[in-house]
Design a protein around this ligand. Structure first.
Ligand SMILES: Cc1cc2nc3c(=O)[nH]c(=O)nc-3n(C[C@H](O)[C@H](O)[C@H](O)COP(=O)(O)O)c2cc1C
Length: 167
């Protein structure tokens, strides 16, 4: 059985997908993992919108230079900051980041691929108006979801030593 550390290290961004639609049970498991992320005061400041409809997904794709990633994936999950329950913007955005990472790891452990898309935030107002999201929802990320087509790129990170601060 894989350890969580193996899962963390092996997960890679997937930018090419097969056309197979993941089952609703799998999509729900991924969202559910997001729901279990930690948050300040346990305020759970996230909202999810699952976009599967090809027309809506294609419109979403048209709002980022990473259109090809969204076009390739059968599912795009919009992740919002729920400003209704937000108490501290910095901490709440960090909590949404933890929520997104939970979903990426859960998806990987279920055999699904994901890519965390941030560039689309440049057009977050256009996304909100096209999807008619409530005004208290602020787009934080779009996660593409589906079965990987082929092998993802090799991962790389700087050495641990380079991240250690010495005084
Ligand atoms: C906040 C954030 C924003 C990102 N935005 C994009 C994006 O807009 N397009 C994209 O292709 N990848 C995006 N990525 C994925 C990164 O490029 C990727 O995680 C990084 O290169 C490390 O590769 P790995 O995920 O395969 O380990 C984003 C990742 C994060 C955490």
């Amino acid at each position: 059985m894989k350890t969580i550390t193996d899962t963390i290290k092996e997960r890679r961004s997937v930018r090419k997908y097969t056309t197979e639609m993941p089952g609703d049970d799998l999509i729900e498991s991924v969202l559910d993992a997001g729901r279990w992320a930690p948050s300040g005061l346990n305020n759970q400041p996230w909202k999810f919108l699952v976009v599967k409809d090809p027309e809506r997904k294609s419109a979403l794709a048209g709002l980022t230079k990473y259109a090809r990633v969204i076009d390739s994936a059968p599912v795009a999950v919009c992740v919002f900051l729920d400003q209704d329950v937000s108490y501290n913007r910095e901490k709440d955005i960090m909590a949404v980041g933890a929520c997104v990472q939970n979903m990426l790891l859960a998806a990987y452990s279920l055999g699904l691929g994901t890519c965390w898309l941030g560039e689309i935030l440049n057009k977050k107002d256009e996304v909100a108006s096209y999807l008619k999201v409530p005004s208290d929802c602020e787009l934080m990320a779009v996660i593409t979801l589906g079965y990987p087509a082929g092998e993802p790129e090799k991962g790389s990170r700087r050495s641990l030593d380079s991240f250690l601060v010495r005084f």
